[in-house]
Design a protein around this ligand. Structure first.
Ligand SMILES: Cc1cc2nc3c(=O)[nH]c(=O)nc-3n(C[C@H](O)[C@H](O)[C@H](O)COP(=O)(O)OP(=O)(O)OC[C@H]3O[C@@H](n4cnc5c(N)ncnc54)[C@H](O)[C@@H]3O)c2cc1C
Length: 462
């Protein structure tokens, strides 16, 4: 074997939470017989920490929600070794020029919009219920489904702007399925006492990924960072993966019995050599801007939500309110998320041009007082393909894509980015745990494929 080739039982592509959780489980079950390849210098993917001014910043607002899968919550607690803090949630959403506590309740809506408007919401809600009894739920689209569940006026107030902002499409072109998942999440299985609580690791979300990486190597597994998977070749009883090593300007080949890709689906498609075939799925991307101000940002809101598609800003969070123990300049930093497509000007705009636009919106919406001067420094990062667009008919196209990749022997897909999911860290962890167990049994590929339909959209329950 040449120096540039490694043989192993499992090769895991991608060092986000899904790949790390899986490699960690496999290392434990197979005496460290696993190699993980990650393109970036650090692990964590979407849940990585980005250091700026000595502080680990998340790639957009990340936290451990109170509805986290209990098994995943336990695992995170164990990984951060007691460094998980409970925080009271203080979110605020701007709808129709009113800031409401987030998530909004019927009582706060009634309080904010007055008796007359609340009666309109109630009347439409009741009419929707009667319509459902007579005709059943309308599952033609995101729009028709929600109109039939919450009524026309609440749909117009919350769900139309939400859909247009997130997916960049009218809600009539989106499938009803994310609406079902959304309502399911709103009703959540979270005890009332915990609904206003979230948890946050003292070292930032990136601490979870770093702890997983350490766990893999402690159990004898290998994590190669700066290793970009570029080719995948299934052979008779193994798979060969070629990776480009950024630091050393050479390639390295890993041969394994099984390859699990957690890479973004578009990347798996091209690494598998399918670039010539169109990928019939679309995503929205996210530009994240970190604004550093000269003085601490006043207020006590941890996260603002702006569903209005006329605003570029979608969500604004303050890392200092997630973790007040962080040193200066944490209380001077705002993290701003801007959902967009890669054809939008905000995707390519320079930091210098983007900064005043974002600052102006923060002042116009009332997040910042007009006397606050422009940020002294701005950093941004572009996250490609983070939000799957569940257009009408997506499920058939998704199944065709998954089945196309299923023709590659010894290759399986797992995780949010690989499977066109809009799910959280806990779902990624649970999925990886389930797959690691399944890989012990014969016919794992076929059995895994049958489980994938169930993962799409709805939260994964053990
Ligand atoms: C803005 C935002 C906020 C979120 N907030 C929360 C939250 O509050 N709570 C929560 O639980 N979840 C949250 N999530 C979801 C959570 O971040 C994801 O579910 C999770 O991080 C996905 O992990 P993954 O491993 O499946 O995918 P990814 O993190 O995308 O991992 C894929 C990995 O593959 C690597 N890669 C890509 N190409 C190659 C290549 N060619 N070779 C090798 N490696 C490659 C990437 O660098 C990356 O590390 C949020 C997500 C976003 C976008």
């Amino acid at each position: 074997m040449s120096q540039d080739e490694t043989a192993t039982g499992f090769v895991v592509l991608g060092g986000g939470i899904s790949g790390l959780s899986l490699a960690w489980q496999l290392a434990a079950r197979h005496q460290g017989n696993v190699v993980l390849l990650e393109r970036n210098p650090q692990v964590g993917g979407l849940a990585a920490g980005m250091r700026w001014h000595g502080i680990s910043l998340d790639l957009g607002s990340h936290r451990i929600h109170s509805g986290f899968e209990p098994a995943a919550f336990k695992l995170v607690e164990q990984l951060v070794n007691g460094g998980l803090r409970a925080r009271g949630r203080r979110g605020s959403i701007l709808v129709a020029n009113e800031f409401l506590p987030y998530p909004p309740s019927l009582a706060t809506i009634a309080g904010s919009f007055g008796l007359r408007q609340s009666l309109v919401f109630l009347k439409d809600f009741v009419l929707a219920g009667i319509g459902r009894r007579l005709h059943g739920s309308d599952q033609a689209s995101f729009e028709s489904y929600l109109r039939s569940r919450v009524g026309n006026s609440l749909f117009e107030l919350f769900y139309r702007p939400y859909a247009e902002k997130l997916w960049g499409l009218p809600p009539s072109q989106i499938s009803f399925e994310p609406a079902v998942a959304r309502l399911h999440r709103v009703r959540g299985g979270v005890p009332r006492s915990q609904r206003g609580t979230f948890y946050y690791p003292n070292g930032g979300m990136g601490q979870i990924a770093d702890a997983l990486r350490e766990g893999i190597t402690r159990q004898g597994g290998t994590v190669l960072t700066g290793a970009e998977a570029t080719e995948l070749h299934p052979e008779k009883d193994r798979v060969r993966v070629v990776a480009r090593l950024a630091q050393e300007n050479r390639t390295h080949t890993v041969c394994a019995r099984t390859c699990i890709s957690t890479l973004p689906l578009r990347t798996t498609w091209s690494v598998a050599g399918l670039q010539a075939e169109p990928l019939p799925l679309r995503w929205r991307s996210l530009r994240v801007a970190y604004l550093l101000y000269a003085a601490p940002v006043p207020g006590d809101v941890d996260t603002y939500y702006f569903p209005d598609p006329r605003l570029r800003v979608g969500r604004v969070s303050s890392i200092h309110r997630f973790n007040p123990g962080l040193p200066d300049p944490a209380d001077r930093i705002l993290t701003v998320e801007i959902p967009c497509s890669e054809t939008d000007d905000v995707w390519t705009m320079s930091n210098r041009d983007l900064s005043p636009i974002v600052h102006r919106e923060l002042v116009a919406t009332g997040v910042l007082d007009a006397r606050v001067s422009a940020p002294v420094e701005v950093q941004t990062i572009g996250l490609r393909d983070v939000y799957p667009i569940y257009e009408l008919g997506w499920r058939q196209r998704w199944a065709a894509v998954i089945d196309r990749l299923g023709r590659f022997d010894h290759l399986l897909l797992a995780g949010r980015s690989a499977l066109f999911l809009h799910c959280n860290i806990d779902h990624c962890m649970m999925m990886s745990r389930r797959l690691a167990a399944l890989l012990e049994s014969p016919h794992a590929n076929g059995r895994w494929r049958t489980q994938l339909d169930g993962f799409a959209l709805l939260p994964l329950k053990e």
